[in-house]
Design a protein around this ligand. Structure first.
Ligand SMILES: Cc1cc2nc3c(=O)[nH]c(=O)nc-3n(C[C@H](O)[C@H](O)[C@H](O)COP(=O)(O)OP(=O)(O)OC[C@H]3O[C@@H](n4cnc5c(N)ncnc54)[C@H](O)[C@@H]3O)c2cc1C
Length: 342
């Protein structure tokens, strides 16, 4: 049995951010992941300037595909808005492997099945032992399942189902397009160009609301493919999309039981309006590390629960975005790290 101060289950952005901080503080840390990195993670790969700042990542030093936008294109029921805002895209295949390596943590390939509390420490599958355990294993995190699920079940009303494909494509339109509520979709679809001829197209929606409408995500995927063709964004490509589900942030989340902490998708932290999960994963991973090394409280109150008001600025669209968030998500709009200043 190998022993560590902290075992982190999952080497995505939540796990690697947590690991980086713990390693820097001198803790004996292992990251357990069932996959070998680089690994595929279904995700549009949109990241905000806030993510770069939190990771202290300078795009000039980043050795992989990195693309920047100086505005977004929002399509809402036939209307088009082009708010100016600096946003970025990466490929998760490259980004996650880069962050995990940069964390300096020991990474072990292991599919975690069970986490148990035994005599004041954690036992993982009888093979690993630690004083602290961080659940950063995404939606189906075994730390969540073993230690939290019974007392903190997730609400199905917050489940998002997403469908997407990332592929090499010689895109001509360099802008990032988002289509909201197309054909009644309770969510949005996206076209996110990556550097050097890669593209991610996808669709995400609230699972419960889709079901209520008697629809499924495949139907809406067909609408997206038709739209991409009609607007000559992607034509003649034989799509083979994949699906995944994750959870938006609840009003109150139980993220710590004793020395077990949850971060990122394991805690269900994606923003309630745009389903942005990378920033919340990074912040929660870093806060979990601070709580472990500093012995303090682990609170997620400082992490933004909405995205629109964080990313959309300017004299016209900034107030509109903030008003929309306050109106639609009144319970969430007070918490949050501010993004760029207006
Ligand atoms: C289609 C789609 C598009 C998205 N687009 C965006 C976007 O553009 N921008 C954005 O900010 N957010 C986006 N999100 C959300 C974002 O991808 C997640 O919130 C984010 O990846 C969460 O990071 P994480 O580190 O918590 O989990 P993950 O990145 O999922 O990492 C979890 C890790 O745990 C490992 N693991 C799981 N189970 C086990 C086990 N039993 N044993 C060992 N290891 C295990 C996995 O292999 C994985 O490496 C999107 C999500 C989806 C589904």
């Amino acid at each position: 049995v190998e022993s560590f101060d902290v075992i982190i289950v999952g080497g995505g952005p939540a796990g690697s951010s947590c690991a980086g901080r713990l390693v820097a503080a001198g803790a004996r840390v292992a990251v357990l992941d069932r996959e070998h990195f680089p690994r595929t993670k279904l995700c549009a790969g949109w990241i905000t300037p806030d993510v770069l700042a939190a990771l202290n990542l300078d795009p000039a030093d980043y050795p992989h595909r990195f693309n920047s936008f100086d505005h977004l294109v929002f399509h809402v029921k036939g209307l088009t808005f082009r708010p100016r805002t600096v946003q970025h895209s990466i490929r998760r295949y490259e980004f996650d492997a880069h962050l995990l390596k940069a964390s300096g943590a020991r990474v072990l390939n292991h599919q975690v099945r069970q986490v148990r509390r035994v005599n004041g420490h954690f036992d993982i599958d009888g093979a690993f032992r630690s004083e602290f355990v961080v659940g950063a294993g995404g939606t189906r995190c075994p730390v969540y399942k073993s230690l939290f699920r019974a007392s903190a079940p997730r609400s199905s009303a917050l489940q998002v189902v997403a469908y997407e494909q990332e592929f090499a494509w010689p895109w001509r339109d360099p802008r990032c397009h988002l289509w909201f509520f197309d054909h009644g979709l309770p969510g949005y679809a996206w076209y996110v160009p990556k550097a050097d001829g890669w593209l991610n197209c996808g669709i995400g929606a609230l699972a419960d609301r889709l079901k209520l409408r008697g629809e499924d995500i495949q139907q809406h995927w067909k609408h997206l493919v038709e739209r991409l063709a009609a607007e000559k964004l992607v034509t003649g490509f034989d799509f083979d999309p994949r699906g995944y589900s994750y959870y938006l942030r609840p009003r109150r989340a139980e993220v710590r039981i004793g020395n077990a902490l949850l971060a990122g998708d394991a805690a269900g932290l994606a923003t309630v309006d745009l389903g942005e999960g990378i920033g919340p994963a990074v912040h929660s991973g870093q806060l979990a590390a601070a709580a472990i090394t500093g012995g303090g409280e682990y609170s997620l109150d400082s992490i933004h629960a909405t995205s629109l008001d964080q990313v959309v600025h300017g004299r016209l669209f900034g107030p509109l975005a903030r008003a929309a968030v306050r109106w639609r998500f009144p319970d969430y709009s007070r918490s949050g790290i501010r993004g760029e200043s207006d």
